[in-house]
Design a binder for this molecule. Structure first.
Ligand SMILES: [Zn+2]
Length: 298
């Protein structure tokens, strides 16, 4: 029986106790108010580490030894170090695995800690919940940033959210500073910068009512995701793509599929499928725990 804790950091922090790939007991969240998106960005790394460990200890309810703790973060992670995290910039360079492992140990909890990319955690969680732990899946997470996750874990960079989807020199809204990126079109902050007078929700509402500027943007939004998806198909082959995240409700799936169809024409690459799945913190938590178990050799 594998006992692990999964933690995810993105717009909010979630933690849960996972036994044999299923969530046991209540999950914890911080901040409580889900519209308080700024709370995590404003926390110093030490405070974040402390908060993560507090939640791990709380959900494991007195266990002093766990098989694994998986912590999913929105960024580029290598060997337990967060190399970059445009949406949680304070974590850049943090040796998060060592910091969390040491802090847990000081508080009497022994566990091997794995730090993973949050979208990879979602991919692993979807694989576990759809009973597809033996197949390859890719997932786009639409949140403050745009995440790209793969399951099974494969060493590499996989910063798919920063796929270049336009050569327009004016496309400079990506949080990383790069020009022409997917996240520079679809990211929440990028949309706020593009439409200083409208919230993203209002942009898509106005598009429904025929506002020309918003209709144009809606097309750009879907073309950008179609372009990044078709680039992934052309590089790594067809297969299953899941779309999820807090802003997945903006998507018009037939429009997206139509654009992908226009972009992928080679017949051996036609065997792809694209599916929207609702955002559930449980999926991310289980995925983080399962990934950490696999990394710990369980
Ligand atoms: Zn970027």
């Amino acid at each position: 029986m594998a006992k692990s804790v999964g933690v995810t950091l993105s717009e909010q922090m979630f933690a849960g106790f996972v036994v044999d790939h299923a969530l046991v007991g209540e999950l914890r969240r911080f901040p409580e108010d889900e519209s308080d998106y700024g709370a995590l960005v404003e926390m110093h790394t030490d405070a974040l580490v402390e908060m993560i460990c507090k939640q791990v200890i709380e959900v494991s309810e007195g266990d002093t030894k766990l098989d694994a703790v998986g912590v999913a973060v929105p960024g580029l992670v290598k060997n337990g170090v967060v190399e970059d995290a445009p949406n949680l910039p304070q974590l850049k360079g943090a040796r998060l695995r060592d910091l969390i492992e040491a802090h847990l140990k000081r508080n009497g909890l022994m566990a091997p800690v794995t730090i993973l990319n949050d979208a990879d955690g979602v991919a692993a969680g979807l694989a576990a919940s759809h009973g597809k732990l033996d197949s390859v899946i890719r997932v786009w997470t639409l949140g403050l940033g745009i995440g790209f996750g793969r399951y099974p874990f494969t060493p590499g960079v996989w910063e798919g959210g920063h796929t270049v989807v336009t050569l327009d020199e004016k496309e400079t809204y990506c949080g990383c500073g790069g020009r022409g990126h997917l996240e520079g079109v679809m990211g929440h902050r990028a949309m706020r910068l593009r439409f200083l007078d409208l919230e993203p929700e209002e942009v898509f509402e106005a598009a429904k009512k025929g506002d020309a500027r918003c209709v144009e943007f809606k097309k750009l939004y879907h073309k950008a995701l179609a372009a990044a998806t078709s680039s992934s198909i052309h590089m790594a082959g067809p297969g299953k793509f899941f779309l999820t995240g807090p802003y997945v409700g903006f998507l018009d799936l037939p429009m997206l599929k139509d654009y992908v169809q226009q972009m992928v024409k080679m017949s051996p690459l036609q065997g792809y499928s694209i599916e929207i799945v609702e955002e559930e913190p449980e999926t991310r938590i289980i995925g983080s725990a399962v990934s950490a178990e696999q990394a710990a050799g369980i």
